[in-house]
Write a protein that binds this ligand. Structure first.
Ligand SMILES: NC(=O)c1ccc[n+]([C@@H]2O[C@H](COP(=O)([O-])OP(=O)(O)OC[C@H]3O[C@@H](n4cnc5c(N)ncnc54)[C@H](O)[C@@H]3O)[C@@H](O)[C@H]2O)c1
Length: 261
């Protein structure tokens, strides 16, 4: 299999850290020009990418994916600067403190849906307009295993990720005639700040974070948590010509976490 992405122009949201940084690092190493977009800016991410791949073509932009005007501008700027937009990776996402739905305030729903659902819609819509014109492209969105099931305390997050899967299917159908594939990735438990924050909040008395993460890793058939590199590997394939007949898919990336009971 080849995943050469030489010269492809890729916009990745939420690329300042975590899985987004892992994706950007991998695609840059494969020869893509990665535009790293994040609410908190992404200069540090670009520096880290260059530390791994000195010849990497990478730039940083600051954008809030909940702001459709700002999203339209970043997508238009990217397409204008580089002449095209080949791949959009909708990676920016937020979780919420663990709470049952009956104890969840309106603002949690609004905040999570603003980033995880509206953000994916705004970015995909803007990218799709460019990709329709150029008659080709790839849209890849980070959903979650949580979007295919439910966990007590994670209801709003799960619902938002189910929406990502649904948007993926609808965009896939509407964009297939233009040669644009649209797919979602459903990670399991990945070793990132989002996971560390979530696990820190749920520690048993006397338990420390490392122990909790080790316990979780031991419960996963592959015996470890997932990484940004794992996600980068899958995105590299979805973005490549080797991914020739896959669209509207919601692909598990869980080390087997979701297949036993
Ligand atoms: N960590 C996991 O176990 C896991 C599992 C399944 C799915 N996911 C999904 O993968 C994606 C990345 O997760 P992560 O663990 O790397 O998260 P993270 O919190 O470590 O990083 C998320 C990044 O998104 C950025 N971001 C947040 N809101 C934004 C906004 N409004 N506009 C632009 N950027 C914004 C943040 O600044 C941050 O850099 C998310 O969509 C998440 O829901 C993560």
């Amino acid at each position: 299999m080849t995943t050469g992405l030489d010269g492809r122009v890729v916009l990745i949201t939420g690329a300042a850290r975590g899985l987004g940084l892992g994706i950007a690092t991998r695609l840059a190493a494969d020869g893509a020009h990665v535009v790293c977009a994040d609410l908190r800016g992404a200069d540090g991410a670009v520096a880290q990418i260059r530390a791994t791949t000195p010849e990497a073509a990478a730039t940083a932009v600051t954008v809030d994916v909940t702001d459709s005007v700002a999203v339209d501008r970043v997508v238009a700027d990217t397409a204008e600067t580089h002449g095209r937009l080949d791949v959009l990776v909708n990676n920016a996402g937020v979780a919420h403190p663990v709470a049952h739905l009956v104890d969840t305030h309106d603002s949690v729903f609004d905040d999570v849906f603003a980033v995880n659902v509206k953000g994916v819609f705004f970015c995909s819509r803007a990218a799709a307009r460019v990709m329709k014109e150029q008659r080709g492209g790839r849209i890849i969105s980070m959903a979650s295993q949580a979007g295919k099931g439910a966990w007590p305390g994670w209801g709003i997050y799960s619902a938002s990720k189910a929406c990502v899967i649904s948007l993926t299917q609808a965009f896939a159908l509407e964009l297939a005639p233009y040669g644009i594939s649209v797919n979602a990735i459903c990670p399991g438990t990945m070793l990132t700040d989002m996971t560390r924050t979530g696990f820190s909040a749920g520690l048993e008395p006397g338990q420390n974070l490392d122990d909790a993460l080790r316990l979780k890793a031991a419960s996963i058939p592959y015996g470890r948590l997932g990484t940004g590199a794992d996600v980068g590997n899958l995105v590299a394939w979805l973005a490549s010509d080797d991914c020739s007949f896959t669209t509207g898919a919601a692909i598990n990336l869980t080390g087997g976490e979701t297949i036993s009971f």
